[in-house]
Design a protein around this ligand. Sequence first.
Ligand code: BGC
Length: 757
Amino acid sequence: MTRARLFVWALGLAGFGCSSCSTNSNGDGGERCDPLIERAHLDCSSPEVLRAQQLMRSMSLDEKVQQMSGPPYNPNNFFDQERNERLKIPGLLYLDGPRGARWYNSDYGTTVFPVAAARASTWNVDLERRVGRAVAREMRALGRHVLLAPTINQVSHPRWGRAQESYGEDAFLLGELGAAFIEGAQHDPTVAFEGEPAEETYRIQACVKHFAANNIEDTRIYVNAVLDERTLREVYLPHFKRAVEAGVSCVMTSYNRVNGSYSGFSKDLVRGILKDEWGYSGYVITDWFARGQTLTSPAAGLDVEMPFSSGAFPSQFDSAYFYGRQLSSAVTAGQVKEDLIDESVLRILYAKVHNGLLEHPVDWKPYLTKSDAAQALALETARQGIVLLKNGPTRALADDVLPLDRHVMTKVAVVGKFANSENMGDKGSSDAKVVDGSLVITPFEGIAAVFEGDGATVTAYQDVAGNEAAIGGADLVVVVGAYFYADLARSSSGEEGEWKDRASLQLPQRDLSNIAGAVALKAARPAMKVVVVLKSGGAVVVSDWVAGVDAVVMAWYAGMKEGTALAEILFGDVNPSGKLCQSVPVRESDLPAFLNAVTGDVPYDYFHGYRWLEKQGVAPQYAFGFGLSFTSFEYANLRLESAAIGADGTLRASIDVKNTGPRKGSEVVQLYVGYAGTSVSDDWGRPVKELKAFARLDDLAPGETRTATLTVDANDLAYWDVASRQPVVERMTYQLSVGPSSDSTDPNMRTTTFEVQ
Ligand code: BGC
């Protein structure tokens, strides 16, 4: 709704007075908000809330319950709620997903962005906001309302099949990137965005998922995540709280159990924490076919069952429908209070009113997807998200092998099962597809384009074995190591994705053989360069082979322009700036065990990722936050605005970063806080240090110095105090480290201390 129309409409309502208010019992003539509105954490004085309330009050019980689930089973449509024809209220039209709008039944396709793991590795919240915005525009072009993204579950183990969909292993990074995506996706289209024209249309609603502790695929519909309160509060929930603060409209519950209860009927989690404690005013939906209970889910705070209200149930889910007819009957029988139904419906209707669904019908304009601007954004994101892990025998610039000089190369081999075939990641619910294959640039195509017209030959091979003679004469061998995407049919070929955890942190055997083959050829011809490109959603162990290769690049699944961005980096048109959103251990046994075969209780550790490795005193292969550049930086002059802050104050730190190398480059400055003086003495204690702020400095010219300013809210330093059941900020001396990664031994790491008083 435009501001002008909203104003006129609000004036109209004002004539009726505050229908949701009643005189309070204090006898002072003051007005009290309708308890239902209060319970939904909505604003009593908002005309939009009053409109939603009026609509809700005009509905029969069956009409209300209809708002709370999908339609009866329809094998061709898993995403459309039914419309209320009598009151002309549209049903919510949902669609995934995390790397772009998931539309596969049309001739149009959509922009495929790098997966969230790659986008997190940009550490660029502005870019992520733009990605959220671009995906939302495509959702509108496809006539949808609710974007089933972002996925912000912890990558508590890099073998998790959906690690690619999420923003890494750190709660702070997950929260910042997830919030940016939500803000971009939910941007009011009637307000211009970064030079784009304003549009008279409805607002997309983001649906953050999966609440909570959804970190294992193979057993996802059975596993019981067992977490003590500190682990839940400090590790698995803060990023969801951040999503609520960012104004997310919709929260999706997870398939798994949390401390014994499926999240769809976990009163503690949904009603208790999400709604009552955090004051969440949006609505809560199930994951597709996830469990709930007719009698307990409404009280637990679950508002919508998806995707259907009745009909066939897929064999892999041994459950049954629980809202729809069953819910109406339970209310009629007095088993569920109608008040609970009213609260859910109020939340749902408010979302429809607030986001302009009643004013603006959906419009089918699929030809608007994959705009040049969206494709350029996908390329820009790939450039910033690809991480350079190894470049030459040492980390000294003088030993760099990349960027390569294209003019001295006459023969290039690109090897691997996915060297020249489309592999943009999982083919489960996050499967955005371009459809027009010519727009998907594979690694081979990206590299071949660099040499077009140069007379050099660039050839793709599946394997080194059998092609030794041809590959042996190459100047450059690029080995692409990648996992076969899983699909929802759970075909046996799937190696990573939804329903499919990775079998190990090693590359598949075919890729290991290719690397060994290339290294053997290099032994016979040392001038040959061997570069390994990794494509994965999670960290890959490289320790067995890394010494033998010249360079290693982590591309994640970098979207439809992956090959272009990769080639730009290999040949120096782009200086890499990506930093790991997950730690890479030396060996898998350095991490906590990944219990993806257990259908019962799985204890969740308070520590994982870099917090675990640091606590154990085990050095990683590549630290969380690490990534190389073709230039070098020098960090100096770490200073604090004040070395002492109050328990709800803000710490402000600055540091000067100088580009001391030969090229323009961008740097991600990271701030970690350490708790060596803690008096928390339970089984966990506190981590060695944790990420609390970061800033990207883009395009520093050689010789240029720029200052990064970082702020930390003292509240973000709290631990969860089990006795008082609240966050407590310790009053003590904290250690502060600012540097280019979490690696405390990095020569650029600058440290100081500060006090919370
Ligand atoms: C996935 C969700 C997805 C939903 C709808 C489920 O299997 O876990 O992430 O949004 O399907 O496609």
